[in-house]
Design a protein around this ligand. Structure first.
Ligand SMILES: Cc1ncc(COP(=O)(O)O)c(C=O)c1O
Length: 304
């Protein structure tokens, strides 16, 4: 990763190399942490963070679900994000807020332990590759199932949940694919290892509903809204694995992955085997919005 100068840690900016924790930090052992992934884009009016307040609301919601008390207000952390970007003089970056149960008791009951908060920023290009954005990527349906809300809460962006995602990603890459798609315990399509999923069939856009046990992505929400504004019909309903195989288009959405077309799943070519026209139109609109070229969507941008 590309290092920058400063990381915000517990209320102050510390040099990148000094942003450390004790080895007996509770979260390191049990995954008792929540995080966010946010992007800041270059615009003509300077750097702008995409849906910063919505990401921070999800950060606090994740913490609440996991009974982690963040010792700052939402407003303080929104300001801290902007301060960290300014301090590092970045025009574009990925932003990673993290709240974690710190050093104290080592047992599972950790409500007395301090909660640490950090915000790191760094330059990060296309998560699934520049070529993937244009040509589409190859995916496999993972042998791992998406974790079910009866075991852990998938709607919390909790560190512990991500072992599931890491295992699926490792498997996909070891099999020569670029990304994993996970089914839930009911056998329906849930999401990618770090992205939500959409498919297009006969001009209609489909995406799994909240009960499919995925993270409620902010890019997913943005795409649903902008696609409807563009006149497309978007339907939230359960999707079967084989429906993906015979879809006209499939694409993934996420802060890191942005809008990435899928051209192959499990050896089946999706549609024409390249980025489809509806995916391309949505992708273009998305990039216009995040780069500040669409005034109607300025309310989604937080200028730094
Ligand atoms: C498991 C998972 N699903 C979906 C997403 C997409 O969410 P968002 O669009 O808010 O980044 C992410 C990335 O944050 C993720 O990690």
């Amino acid at each position: 990763m590309q290092e920058v100068e400063w990381i915000w840690m517990d209320g102050r900016l510390v040099p990148w190399k000094e942003a450390k924790v004790h080895v007996l930090t509770h979260a390191l052992h049990y995954g008792t942490a929540v995080f966010e992934g946010i992007r800041c884009y270059k615009t003509e009016r300077g750097p702008a963070v995409f849906r910063l307040v919505d990401h921070m609301k999800r950060f606090f919601d994740s913490a609440k679900i996991c009974a982690i008390k963040i010792p700052y207000s939402l407003e303080e952390l929104v300001e801290a994000v902007k301060e960290t970007i300014r301090a590092n003089k970045l025009e574009e970056c990925y932003i990673r807020p993290l709240a974690y149960v710190g050093y104290g008791e080592m047992g599972l009951y950790s409500l007395g332990n301090p909660v640490g908060v950090a915000i790191a920023v760094w330059p990060w290009g296309a998560y699934l590759g520049e070529e993937g954005l244009v040509k589409g990527i190859r995916c496999m349906v993972s042998s791992w199932r998406k974790l079910h809300s009866q075991f852990v809460p998938p709607q919390a962006k909790a560190s512990a949940n991500y072992l599931n995602a890491v295992l699926a990603k490792l498997e996909a890459l070891s099999m020569g694919y670029e990304e994993a798609i996970l089914l839930n315990l009911d056998g329906y399509v849930s999401e990618g290892s770090g992205e939500n999923i959409f498919m297009v069939k006969d001009g209609v856009i489909y995406t799994p509903p909240p009960e499919a046990c995925m993270l409620m992505g902010i890019t997913r929400d943005s795409v649903i809204k902008l696609a409807r504004n563009m006149g497309y019909t978007v339907v939230e309903r359960n999707i079967l694995r084989e429906e993906l195989y015979i879809a006209d288009e499939v694409f993934l959405t996420g802060t890191a992955a942005e809008v990435t077309p899928v051209r192959e799943i499990d050896g089946r070519v999706i549609g024409e085997g390249r980025r489809g026209p509806i995916t391309e139109a949505i992708q273009k609109k998305f990039f216009d919005i995040v780069h500040g070229r669409e005034e109607a969507y300025y309310h989604w941008l937080d200028f730094v």
